[in-house]
Design a protein around this ligand. Structure first.
Ligand code: PMP
Length: 281
């Protein structure tokens, strides 16, 4: 298996990084995760544009790279590893420098790493739905940046795992923000509600696809904050991400949603999401 480190494809056993890497010491870096369907990258441009945005927001210099260049590298990685269905993880740290909080000297090069993996779409869960729990959102106030600092997300997801649930839906003082690794939507009376794409959530690429699909079929997509009670009282609930796509939620804490069945609007969104994969070139 090949990985890509600092402008070279190497065998994964040669994928070593320094103990002084700022990603390792401080979580000082950013990442993306993108999907491969039938050997082709899905919404790669959007993911890499978001990577550049994250870089800009933390003052990380990515000027060595371009969106097109990164797409080419990713395609080559996927081809070399013969990934048909799976994903590619990309991370960039602020580089290797003596451990000291201020940014390192200008000549410090970012450390770029990418690896791929093969796996199938989560067909069972997409058809039957998953369970979620609610937890306090204890993260920082720049959740719009796809930062390597994921401790809050990790603690939330671990709690979900302990509760036999697939996702932890986070809230700030009762206002739903997002899942530990997904966006969250309440569907009520034919309308989709989701938290505005501000500094409290990651503006998911899948969220943007869902927004577009909703527009196409004239389902109102309302970017407004709502409470945990509103969510639990919704007709249908979904979570979304690059890896789980349009995922139905059929239980939140002890509350069963829509009698534990996947709702009609959810099914429509899933169908059109499948279409967007089929028409992906
Ligand atoms: N929010 C968080 C916190 C996430 O980690 C993810 C997954 N990357 C998402 C939302 C969904 O984003 P996307 O649809 O771009 O995968």
């Amino acid at each position: 298996t090949y990985i890509f480190i600092n402008n070279k494809f190497v065998d994964e056993t040669e994928g070593n990084v320094s103990y002084s890497d700022r990603g390792y010491n401080f979580g000082d870096g950013i990442y993306e995760y993108l999907r491969v369907y039938d050997g082709k990258l899905y919404t790669a441009k959007e993911h890499y544009e978001r990577l550049f945005r994250s870089a800009k927001e933390i003052g990380l210099n990515l000027s060595e790279y371009t969106v097109e260049g990164l797409i080419d590298i990713t395609k080559e990685l996927v081809n070399k590893n013969d990934v048909q269905n799976g994903g590619v993880y990309i991370q960039v740290t602020r580089g290797v420098a003596p451990r000291n909080h201020p940014f390192p000297s200008e000549d410090t090069k970012p450390v770029f790493t990418a690896f791929s993996k093969s796996y199938d779409r989560p067909y069972d869960e997409l058809e039957n739905g998953v369970k979620a729990i609610t937890v306090d959102d204890i993260r920082w106030l720049r959740c719009d940046i796809k930062s390597l600092n994921l401790l809050g997300n990790v603690l939330a997801k671990e709690k979900a795992t302990q509760c036999d649930a697939q996702e932890a839906i986070q809230h700030r003082d009762g206002i739903v923000t997002e899942g530990s690794s997904s966006n969250v939507y309440a569907i009520k009376e034919g309308k989709i509600y989701t938290h505005p794409a501000n500094h409290l959530i990651l503006n998911g690429i899948t969220r943007r696809v869902i927004h577009k699909i909703a527009n196409d079929i004239d389902v109102p997509f309302i970017e407004e904050a709502f409470t945990v009670d509103f969510l639990k009282d919704a007709d249908e609930v979904i979570i979304s991400s690059t890896s789980i796509e349009v995922m139905p939620v059929i239980q939140i804490d002890d509350k069963i949603i829509n009698d534990g069945k996947v709702g009609e609007i959810t099914k429509k969104l899933q169908k059109l999401f499948d279409k967007s994969i089929e028409s992906n070139i």
